[in-house]
Design a protein around this ligand. Sequence first.
Ligand SMILES: [Zn+2]
Length: 131
Amino acid sequence: MTIVIGVGGIGGIFGLFGIACGILVIIGAAMMYVRPEQHVPWSIVILVFTILGVLSTLGGLVIGLIPGLMGGILGLVWKPSVPASPAPSPPKLTIRACTNCGREIAPDVKFCPHCGKGSRIRNRTGLVTKI
Ligand SMILES: [Zn+2]
C-alpha cells in the first residue's frame, strides 16, 4: 500500500500525508458500507484521497491507485438496494384474544371456543372489536 512505501522511501511529511489519505480512503469505504444511501459523496472522498495519496507517495501509484480508483468508481455507480420507501410492514397479526378468558381465538369466530363468551373480542394490536 501507499502507506508503507511512503514512510520508508519518500518519507517525511509526504509519508504522513499518504497515511492520512489512506486512512481517509478507508473511512470513506467504511462509511459507504454503513450508509449506502450516501455512497456518492463517500465515493468522491475515496477518489479524491486516492489521487492525493498517489501524488504524495509515488510508490503507491499502482498498488494504491488501482484499487482506490476502482473502489471509488464502483461506489459512485453503485446502486445500493436501499428501498426508496420503508419496507412494507408485515401483515398485521389477526390473532385475537378473548376479553373474558384471555385465550387466543380464531379471527372469524363469534364466540370464544374456550369459555363461550363472545360479546367483545380484543385484537392483539390493541383494537377492540365488537361482535
Ligand atoms: Zn374466552
